[in-house]
Structures are given as structure tokens and as C-alpha cells.
Design a protein around this ligand. Structure first.
Ligand code: AMP
Ligand code: MG
Length: 339
């Protein structure tokens, strides 16, 4: 069977034993399987199979210089894939894995070249979602996976989101319900003497520093080589017009919303509870209250927004630091560049 052709039936299955053995067959034959994790849905291939990994890039339309994360089950011996694992990384793994933390180490050169896109490192992740663990154990191979969306679109947090992006392009989506984390894993460079956050997520810089003693954060300066290539691309964008206002600009956002509505534009306000209660817009994409709530809801509300609205007018939460660093990073990339 050709699993990577342009026309195929895409099945959505609950992760029972039939589904898992189908998943294993597909992966062993070089095909792709979408699977749930605690952050977003992933689009997985055998990390040792160059052709299979290349097909991930084709199916997603992903730029060839944006490396993939390798997912392994709990207890997998990662020294088969990477080397030079510092002590702080072992401590972090003990504290936060399985969980939404990807650690980047020096590659052993055993995974397919396409995984690392020319870098000499590999990002490793041990997801905590029970269905991700089931899938990884059933397959018994490290699985290279980016998010299971068309490149640059909003990451999927339900099996239906994956289906709407990849229907006809992949054979199987494992349906593990709605992802509870909601934003992609923290990517942490563990190749230096001090760990360094390359992409912020639910395991925060503060949480890492608490265990590792210290933690840097990579902020690309103009002209500097990007260390985590994914950071340079426009990302997470809904297929409708967007605007982003700061919390301080919330009344200007409301004026804009009213102006757009009066002009016949189907505009929605997207904001947290504090803003929603103060502004009380009729057309609302509600993000929730805490940073964790907002992370969990953000992609679902962006996808809802592109379905129900012509324009999303987003208002950033006032809070900073912790989980909000990751939330603001995604919100800015999703809504910030089209004002
Ligand atoms: P995605 O799966 O689409 O959310 O993207 C994976 C993210 O992990 C991207 O931002 C990559 O740049 C980052 N990443 C994966 N592998 C590496 C690596 N070896 N070094 C640095 N960043 C990486
Ligand atoms: Mg992605």
C-alpha cells in the first residue's frame, strides 16, 4: 500500500489494540501517523527512515531547514540517538519527564539526516499523554514528529483539527481527545554548560532554573544565526484577518471591534476573563482565566475564530512571565503581524 501518496482515506480511530497495530504497520512501512500528545497533535514517522521523515516535510509543506523533534517512550535509552548528556539534563528529566519539555543534545548520527536538517543536534521529547506513550510503545521506534498541521497554520489540539488540515494526505489519526496543554513543548538547548530556552512552553524558564541552577533564554538579534530554525517562520496563523492589542490598549481594541462591526465585518474579540468581563463584547472568543487555561484554549479559539469570524481582534493578557511567556510568543506569531 502506498501510504504517502496524495489521495488516501484518512481514518480517525480511538487508540484500541486494532488502532495501535495499524499504527505500527504504517510506521514500519514508512507511512505517517498523527497522534495526540499533552501539548498538540504530532505527525509521526520512523526517525530512522529518511524517506518517511522527508514525507513529513512534503505533507506539511514544511521548510526543509526546520528540524523535527524525536519522540520516545518512557524508559527508551536515548543514548542510542544522542550523546553528551549533561548532569543538569538528567536532573531535569527526572523532574519534568515525561512532560512538555524537549531537550536538544548532540546527535549520534543514528537518526535520519532529515530529522536534524543539517544541525549536529537532535531534540528529544518524552510525551506524558497516555495515548502517546501507548503509540510509542506499540511502535517501539523513536518517532520524528512536528505538529500535525499544514505548515504555518494553527497547531491542532483535536483529532478533528488534524483531519481538517491533513484529510486525504495521511492514513491514520489516533484520536486521544482534546490536548490539555495546548501550546507546543518548551525547547531547551542542553549542549552548553547552562541550559537555554529556544522556544518557551509549559515547562517555564523559572521551573528549569529551579532544578538546573540557572537557565538562559535565546533571543535572536538582528542578523544573528537562529539556533532553533522554527523560530524564524511565521506560525500558528488562522485563515482570517487578525489584529493584536496589548492589555493596556483594550479600549482601543473595543473601538476597533465596533468600527469593524459597523462596517459589516464579522469581527470577534479574543481575550481572557478579566478583559471579557470589563468589555463584555457580544462576539467573543473566550481564552479563559489562568495562563494554563489560556495556553490550553488558544489554538482551539484561533481555529474557532477562523470558522466563525472574518476578523479576530485579540487582546493580550496583562500578566507576564511563567507560562505567559509561551502564550505571548504564540499569540504574537498568530495575530501580531497582520495589523
Ligand atoms: P514543531 O514540531 O513544528 O512545533 O517544531 C519543532 C520545534 O523544535 C521547532 O521550533 C524546531 O526549530 C525545534 N527543534 C527541533 N529540533 C531542534 C534542534 N536539533 N535544535 C534546535 N531546535 C530544534
Ligand atoms: Mg508546528
Amino acid at each position: 500500500m502506498n501510504f504517502t501518496g496524495s489521495k488516501m482515506i484518512t481514518e480517525i480511530k480511538k487508540p484500541d489494540s486494532d488502532c495501535l497495530s495499524a499504527a505500527r504497520n504504517i510506521i514500519e512501512q514508512g507511512g505517517l501517523v498523527a497522534f495526540p500528545t499533552e501539548t498538540v497533535y504530532g505527525l509521526g514517522a520512523n526517525a530512522f527512515d529518511e524517506e518517511a521523515v522527508l514525507s513529513i516535510f512534503r505533507v506539511k509543506g514544511r521548510p526543509q531547514d526546520n528540524p523535527l523533534i524525536v519522540h520516545v517512550h518512557e524508559g527508551y535509552d536515548i543514548s542510542r540517538i544522542v550523546t553528551d548528556i549533561p548532569d543538569y539534563a538528567k536532573k531535569l528529566a527526572q523532574k519534568y519527564l515525561p512532560g512538555p519539555l524537549t531537550m536538544v543534545f548532540k546527535s549520534r548520527g543514528t537518526v535520519a539526516d532529515a530529522v536534524s536538517c543539517g544541525l549536529d543536534t537532535v531534540g528529544i521529547r518524552v510525551p506524558s499523554h497516555p495515548d502517546a506513550q501507548r503509540f510509542l510503545r506499540a511502535v517501539g521506534l523513536p518517532i520524528a514528529a512536528p505538529s500535525a498541521n499544514i505548515s504555518k497554520h494553527v497547531s491542532p489540539v483535536t483529532a478533528e483539527h488534524v483531519f481538517s488540515d491533513l484529510n486525504g494526505k495521511i492514513p491514520l489519526i489516533i484520536d486521544g481527545g482534546k490536548c490539555t496543554g495546548g501550546i507546543e513543548s518548551t525547547v531547551l538547548d542542553c549542549t552548553g554548560t547552562v541550559p537555554c530556552v529556544l522556544r518557551s512552553g509549559l515547562v517555564t524558564r523559572e521551573m528549569i532554573a529551579e532544578i538546573a541552577g540557572d537557565c538562559g533564554e535565546f533571543v535572536p538579534k538582528a542578523g544573528e544565526k537562529v539556533r532553533s530554525p522554527g523560530m524564524k517562520y511565521k506560525h500558528y496563523s488562522p485563515n482570517c484577518d487578525t489584529m493584536l492589542f496589548s492589555f493596556e490598549e483594550r479600549y482601543a481594541a473595543m473601538d476597533e471591534y465596533k468600527r469593524q462591526r459597523a462596517a459589516g465585518v464579522n469581527a470577534y474579540i479574543m481575550c481572557n476573563g478579566e478583559c471579557a468581563r470589563e468589555l463584555n463584547p457580544e462576539h467573543l472568543l473566550f481564552l479563559g482565566e489562568s495562563g494554563e487555561d489560556i495556553a490550553a484554549n488558544l489554538y482551539d479559539r484561533l481555529r474557532e475564530g477562523e470558522r466563525v469570524a472574518n476578523m479576530i481582534i485579540a487582546i493580550a493578557p496583562g500578566e507576564r512571565g511563567g507560562v505567559m511567556t509561551g502564550v505571548m510568543n504564540r499569540l504574537t506569531k498568530a495575530c501580531g503581524s497582520k495589523k
